[in-house]
Write a protein that binds this ligand. Sequence first.
Ligand SMILES: [Zn+2]
Length: 358
Amino acid sequence: MLRIVSLREHVAGVLHRAGALKAVMHIRRFAPVPARITILTYHHIADDDPTYPYDPGVADATPAQFRRQMELLARYGTPIGIDDLVRAFDGATLPKNPVMVTFDDGYRSCHDVALPILRAVGMRATFFIATGYVTNRKLYWWERIAIILAQARVASATLTYPQSIEIVANDPRAQAILADYIKDTPSLDLERFLIGVSTAFGVEWNSAIEATHADNLVMSWDHVRALSRAGMDIESHTKTHRVLLTLGDDDLRDELAGSRQELETQLGRPVRAIAYPVGRRVSHRIRLRRAIEAAGYRLGLSNASGSTRLWPASMRGMVPADRYDLRRLSTERTMSDAMYFTQVAVPRLAYIGRHDRG
Ligand SMILES: [Zn+2]
């Protein structure tokens, strides 16, 4: 993987210095058919801090990187919102080089760090909120795992739910192994599982401790409303961020319709789109697709890497685009500006398939 990354970074540097990426964006501006919808995914904006107690793998960019990335998108693209995308799938024309910036989960840095930068650069973004964490002041399950492993009072522990599992706290794979149980186990009792982890590792956990962590990392509804007042779009990321495929019909309905209702109640405006938790594509799964449509969503976004091409309405019979299968591009702090620009200009060169994270 490292070799692929460094090779792509090298190619990106060459393309950037040669001016090829600018040329691609200019050509695309004059050949707008099909529209290529470029959507970028973010979660958390923060500098790399060795004392940071939470999941170090979540931050996608430093504040300085994020600003440069927004300036680049503003220079070569036309920022669009959810309204533009819904109208485009209903037949309207998109502006040239449509770009969309999206944030998943609802990290507090969306309000404290990203919003001032978006405003300063004149960019807009769409924020997909996992409503249950905001309302109940709870910590995201992957962050809770990170904290528990970091504070573990014993070197290893055996969990008994959902099956017998031995976990070594300082094993670099421990976080991913525990997260995979949440991502892959049908109808897992999430709270029971997480309490099992903290108990097994001797880490004290209660709602007061959790609320303190949530206040450090998760936006409040006041923060979310401030984003909305600033002209940003606010959409759904379900209630408790569970992989849709692992949910039974009742839980699925509650996660989809419940989060939409909560958002519309808190914000007083319609919610039309959903970003799928953990980014896994779902539109090919009939049960899930029907539940998403029944909950009133008009658009669905995964983290499958790439961009989405949208042909004019008259040609969609031949080249259909799936409104519930929008692709996105991810980034990370180790990515160079040249590589960031490369994946926007030539999406197939993107090397992050982050379709299994947050
Ligand atoms: Zn997420």
